[in-house]
Design a protein around this ligand. Sequence first.
Ligand SMILES: *[C@@H]1O[C@H](CO)[C@@H](O)[C@H](O)[C@H]1NC(C)=O
Ligand SMILES: *[C@@H]1O[C@H](CO)[C@@H](O)[C@H](O)[C@H]1NC(C)=O
Ligand SMILES: *[C@@H]1O[C@H](CO)[C@@H](O)[C@H](O)[C@H]1NC(C)=O
Ligand SMILES: *[C@@H]1O[C@H](CO)[C@@H](O)[C@H](O)[C@H]1NC(C)=O
Ligand SMILES: *[C@@H]1O[C@H](CO)[C@@H](O)[C@H](O)[C@H]1NC(C)=O
Ligand SMILES: *[C@@H]1O[C@H](CO)[C@@H](O)[C@H](O)[C@H]1NC(C)=O
Length: 225
Amino acid sequence: MYTAPSMPYTLFLTASFAIQALAQSTNLTFSFSPATLDTCAANGSAEAITFTTSSVPPTYQCFNIEDLFASSNTSSSYGSRTSQQSTITYEEVSWRIFNADTYSTQTNYSRLRYQQQNITSPSQGEDAARMLEVFSGRDCHQTGSSNTTVYPILGWTCQSSASGDCYEAPYNIMSFQIGSAAAINSAAKKCWVASTGAAAEKLGSGRTATNVGAVAILVAGLLSR
Ligand SMILES: *[C@@H]1O[C@H](CO)[C@@H](O)[C@H](O)[C@H]1NC(C)=O
Ligand SMILES: *[C@@H]1O[C@H](CO)[C@@H](O)[C@H](O)[C@H]1NC(C)=O
Ligand SMILES: *[C@@H]1O[C@H](CO)[C@@H](O)[C@H](O)[C@H]1NC(C)=O
Ligand SMILES: *[C@@H]1O[C@H](CO)[C@@H](O)[C@H](O)[C@H]1NC(C)=O
Ligand SMILES: *[C@@H]1O[C@H](CO)[C@@H](O)[C@H](O)[C@H]1NC(C)=O
Ligand SMILES: *[C@@H]1O[C@H](CO)[C@@H](O)[C@H](O)[C@H]1NC(C)=O
């Protein structure tokens, strides 16, 4: 007839499930889809190659889309990177990718669906935990800009809407970089939406990022080094 412990036990279980659910939905998730579509491919669509991470990498981590997605022919796979500091090995970033089997080197992946929220205080346009930047060249280098064409580095450090927001870059996105947003957001005093740093602006889905121009290159170039 001793039943007292059952209640704290139940509470403990509830709390640990809640923590698990919170940890998962704070992921930074983004997908690239073809320029030929009218908008970003829907979440879960096979046309969208997708990357998700629960990590907040302490140092910026660059990925070439081709290396990441062409090396996997499965619909979903996991990966991670570790670093070594003297004798300590630690995980920089872990991720999961989807739809690598639909990746094609012939496709122009200019559309980006970006989703990142803080589950304890979700608010579009407020600071997010991680930075994402996208580039027109491999190895997180920007190529293709000339005195007549500007290919801005596009970066995000703000929270998105709950279901993610759709952007279009004026180029085929070849590589991207992720890392902690803390330094950027505290230095700039406002977070980035497609590198414009216009944290408080209301930005709807489908906003094009093509016209942010040379200023964005400078802002992103300075703040990301
Ligand atoms: C969050 O990212 C991790 C990889 O870091 C992945 O294993 C997990 O499935 C993702 N969770 C969600 C809800 O996408
Ligand atoms: C995936 O690729 C490996 C090696 O490239 C190959 O052995 C395997 O059959 C492929 N799997 C599918 C489902 O295509
Ligand atoms: C989420 O927001 C809360 C309240 O502003 C903050 O304390 C916390 O650090 C944020 N979490 C992340 C992962 O940014
Ligand atoms: C733009 O670039 C072209 C070729 O690279 C050069 O001939 C031209 O003088 C440049 N124009 C300006 C205004 O810099
Ligand atoms: C995207 O789809 C996956 C799998 O169907 C789901 O777990 C996830 O919550 C969805 N994300 C959004 C933002 O709707
Ligand atoms: C890729 O698509 C973008 C946006 O539609 C376009 O501006 C760019 O010229 C395209 N690039 C290539 C290599 O087709």
